[in-house]
Ligand binder design. Sequence first.
Ligand code: AHM
Ligand code: MG
Length: 337
Amino acid sequence: MSRITLSQFLIQQQRDGERISAELRFLVEVVARAVKAIGNAVGKGGLTNSLGEAGGENVQGEVQKKLDVIANEILLEANEWGGHLAAMASEEMDAPHQIPNRYPKGEYLLLFDPLDGSSNIDVNISTGTIFSVLRCPDFANGGAAPVDESAFLQPGTRQLVAGYAVYGSATQLVLTLGEGVHAFTLDRETGSFVMTTAHMRIPDDTKEYAINASNARSWEAPVKRYIDELIAGKTGPRGKDYNMRWVGSMVADVHRILTRGGIFLYPKDTKDPTKPGKLRLMYEANPMAMLIEQAGGSATTGYQRILDVQPEKLHQRVPVILGSKNEVERVLGYHSA
Ligand code: AHM
Ligand code: MG
């Protein structure tokens, strides 16, 4: 069986379809190298002194784990010297990270959640890295001026690349360049990512849903109605039984949906009126929405396609409802009813 490595795939994409530039190819290769290093750090578990809390909070007031900080540093260091980026932004940093003056700059912006699913780090459950690539809008000046937050505030439809790595029983990298979604699995013996699924497809229908049901009392009426109907199963209006899964790491839940279908909801709830959802638009919802749409699924806030949301802030939160098309469309219908 011929095995296509990530590098071979990217070279083909650059050569044949001219779908990516040499710089973009290099960018993805560097991110792949960084996620291998993060996967190694995560995989050491309690053998090193890297589990537990780092002793600080991120910009969003969430407790940072040591591995959150380590993963963030690995991504920054791997990406800042190569000359392909204008700036980076991360869940773990208040403001954009500027490329140090000693390095050349490039025209792309990289955004990431370095280690998603932080609450699962210490209990040996899958975590992951989510990333998104945009073009820097005013790079014409050669990148001389610092890149401020406004350069990043582009809707998800402008993403050039989106992907995630999942650190599970295998480390996988799942990627879209805007032409389908492909999954690569890390061969731990050779150190290469090898394509294991080309063109992932999400079935339009599903019997599986994912939601943190402990928030049920604060959901809006359309989500309550939808979930109540799923729970009613065969005896309710849907006429079939559903199964629930909630890993608590978005990467793992989305990976399951890309693999076998399903619907994932982190909807708006009324607990804290200042927060329109838990998940962050720029480096969680947008890249996942692009992957889901590229695999034939849908992704919405309940009111609007996620990829069309015009961002107002780098760390903005949005409600997220994504996965199998027919289920997502039903929830959308309940919102507009
Ligand atoms: P994080 O980026 O701080 O890890 O938060 C995002 C995570 C998602 O991975 C996951 O879907 C969700 O938060 C879980 O939330 P909850 O703890 O409410 O179940
Ligand atoms: Mg996250």
